[in-house]
Design a protein around this ligand. Structure first.
Ligand code: PLP
Length: 406
């Protein structure tokens, strides 16, 4: 299917509104993407026509709900090139997925003095679970730097691998710098050194075609709400052979094989890792979001976003006193910047008066902020509905900020 930006944009009802008397310009998709009508309709009809709990009822609605929920595993597996839908574990989001891996894989495979290698550009969701793991088993978290322009530096990264490195966990795309990490090379490096490779794909699968089998990583996680789906649902993909050997994360209904009063045995993956009533309708909504991006085509989506990113850089470069943070050659999704004249929080608050939504803060990446000697940045991020005029409005609003503070 060809890509028609106007047709795609018209599918997002929330974008058609005024904020503070100005047409909304939504440049905060990296925090959470907006939802197309087909996701809203799918969720509404799941609640109004087929809702019941899954995996446990023998009546029509429960079977319909279970079928709709389970069908999403296949859709996600297809989207990310997994070998089997049984490799897809649903979680509440990427944060939960990384905590799940840290518990199930980390508690079992790491011990005192073992190391988890991350990047200084990681989101807190891919940092703090490793600190917590360290508290449980005595492992250490080591962070490799990036280059000053935000590029991934393979030599520097390699220099941080030691015989104790057991896990390498990196972002596919940095949520601050936009740097695309060379996952296939990092996964190969991990395996050469006897480690596994975990990818935080929150900003990856949302912007790029992803094939986890080709990438060669061991786990790939993401959140539904950044992929035009609802919040409260996420994906933890892992290799079948790894899942098979792992103990459960949480215990309760749905994840068991047999329960006695004094002991239990557990279901096979993926259900072993999905204790309790899952976010049923959110999962079905994620399925609709996957259908949405598949209908557009991830390659078309990426090309459109790259056009927007190029235009955004060019347009913002003309703003007086604007400094880009993160200018790696392979960049996706976001444009982070500071303005000499104003603090990022003031920028965000002021341009909101012009209907422009961007993110300002540390972006849950405090180590990266410290690395650059910054407290915060402003960040404009693109989505499938972004248009050039969004950056025109942003640039004009920033010039206005310059005038106010100048
Ligand atoms: N990783 C990255 C790179 C992110 O951008 C985010 C969210 O901003 C997360 C992890 C955490 O995602 P969630 O809060 O949906 O679990």
């Amino acid at each position: 299917m060809g890509f028609d930006a106007t047709v795609v944009r018209a599918q997002f009802p929330i974008l058609d509104q005024q904020v503070n008397g100005k047409p909304l310009v939504y440049l905060d998709s990296a925090a959470s993407a907006q939802k197309p009508q087909m996701v809203l309709d799918t969720m509404s009809s799941a609640y109004s026509q087929t809702y019941a709990n899954v995996h446990r009822g023998l009546h029509y609605l429960s079977e319909a709900s279970t079928d709709a929920y389970e069908a999403v595993r296949g859709k996600v597996a297809h989207l990310i090139g997994a070998r089997s839908e049984k490799e897809i574990v649903f979680t509440s989001g990427a944060t939960m997925a990384l905590n799940l891996i840290a518990h199930c894989y980390g508690n079992t495979n790491l011990g005192e003095g073992d190391e988890v290698l991350i990047s200084v550009a990681d989101h807190h969701a891919n940092i703090v679970p490793w600190h917590l793991l360290g508290g449980r088993v005595g492992s250490k978290t080591v962070a490799a730097p990036v280059d000053a322009d935000g590029s991934f530096n393979m030599e520097q990264f390699k220099a941080h691998i030691t015989p104790r490195t057991k896990i390498i966990s990196v972002p596919h795309v940095s949520n601050v710098l936009g740097t695309v990490f060379p996952i296939a090379a990092i996964a190969a490096l991990a395996h050469e050194n006897g480690a596994i490779c975990i990818v935080d794909g929150c900003q990856g699968v949302t912007h790029l075609p992803v094939n986890v089998t080709d990438l060669g990583c061991d786990f790939y996680v993401f959140s539904g709400h950044k992929l035009y789906g609802p919040s409260g649902i996420g994906v933890c993909w892992g290799r079948s052979e790894i899942w098979a050997g792992l103990p459960p994360f949480l215990g309760g209904g749905d994840m068991i094989d047999d329960v006695k009063t004094d002991r239990s045995t557990y279901a096979e993956p993926p259900l072993r890792f999905e204790a309790g009533t899952p976010p049923i309708v959110e999962c079905i909504g994620l399925g609709a979001a996957v259908d949405f991006v598949q209908q557009i085509g991830m390659a078309n989506l990426r090309d459109h976003e790259m056009d927007m990113l190029r235009y955004g850089h060019q347009r913002l470069a003309s703003v007086q006193g604007l400094n880009f943070i993160g200018m790696a050659a392979d960049k996706s999704g976001v444009i982070s910047f500071t303005l000499d004249a104003a603090h990022p929080h003031d920028i965000s608050t002021l341009i909101d008066q012009d209907g422009v939504a961007i993110r300002a803060g540390h972006h849950c990446a405090q180590p990266l902020m410290k690395f650059y000697g910054l407290g915060s940045t402003a960040r404009a991020s693109v989505g499938v509905y972004t248009q050039e005029s969004d950056f025109d409005v942003l640039a004009e609003a920033l010039e206005k900020v310059n005038r106010i503070f100048g």
